[in-house]
Write a protein of this length. Structure first.
Length: 261
């Protein structure tokens, strides 16, 4: 009998040992064994942003040389003229590539053909379509003149002139001479007007740096594309480079306050 009992126990042990550990685990309440957690499906990748359809299917003007490159892709005689035969071949090519069959050269088609000049054409189209910041008006020139008239004035924390200035005090005072009211705080000034690209800065634009802490903590007035007048803590009011090794490394952005008109 003892031998028989030991056989039963041994068989049970072998059977249990063959089960996976997850099948032996019990729920916290001690009831039915808990099922292994279901695998979590990876989130589907977001679809790429669709390009502007008006831009991509808009007919683009090509040079004679560029037209010849397109003609070679659609296997017609490369004479550089966008004639009936070329347009028919283009339409056939566009259908084959599941593009809008306009029969005319456009960005969709040029990119599908992997033509090197397509990127330059697209950049030009996007630049032309982008809203343009208005040019500086008379107030900008007056503000530059006022700020430059204070060259050599010492730096004064919280100063708004004319005997001493801090950075935003100078810009506030200079623009006040031109009839434009600014707050006495560089971060607030950074919210005013319209943003200006680095390579489009003109005299009168407010130019911001992070020399006094993160963000637009310092400000001056552009006197040209690469120069600015500001009240510096070490040397007072002076004109300096915008993008030299020091100031360029602290450049934050530029804003335009006074539109033409």
């Amino acid at each position: 009998m003892k031998q028989f009992t030991r056989g039963i126990v041994l068989a049970a042990s072998i059977t249990l040992g063959a089960l996976p550990a997850s099948a032996m685990a019990q729920s916290p309440s001690g009831g039915t064994p808990a099922a292994p957690p279901a695998a979590t499906a990876a989130p589907a990748p977001a679809p790429p942003a669709s390009p502007d359809p008006d831009l991509t299917v808009k007919t683009v003007k090509l040079t004679r040389s560029q037209t010849k490159s397109v003609q070679r892709r659609v296997k017609v005689r490369p004479d550089g003229a966008l004639g009936t035969g070329t347009r028919t071949a283009l339409k056939r090519y566009q259908r084959t590539k599941q593009l809008v069959p306009t029969g005319r050269p456009n960005l969709q088609t040029l990119h599908a053909m992997e033509l090197k000049f397509a990127a330059a054409i697209e950049a030009k189209l996007r630049s032309d379509a982008a809203p343009q910041t208005a040019a500086p008006g008379p107030a900008a020139a007056q503000a530059v003149q006022a700020a430059m008239s204070q060259a050599g004035t010492p730096y004064e924390y919280g100063g708004d002139g004319p005997g001493g200035f801090d950075c935003s005090g100078l810009t506030m005072w200079a623009y006040a001479q031109a009839g434009v009211t600014l707050p006495h705080y560089s971060f607030d000034q950074f919210t005013m007007g319209e943003p200006v690209e680095r390579d489009a800065i003109q005299p009168g634009d407010l130019v911001f740096f992070d020399t006094a802490g993160p963000g637009a903590s310092d400000v001056g007035i552009a006197t040209g594309p690469t120069t600015v007048v500001s009240a510096t803590s070490s040397r007072g009011v002076l004109e300096h480079e915008t993008f030299d090794d020091y100031w360029g490394s602290h450049y934050v952005g530029a804003r335009r306050l006074a539109p033409a008109g």
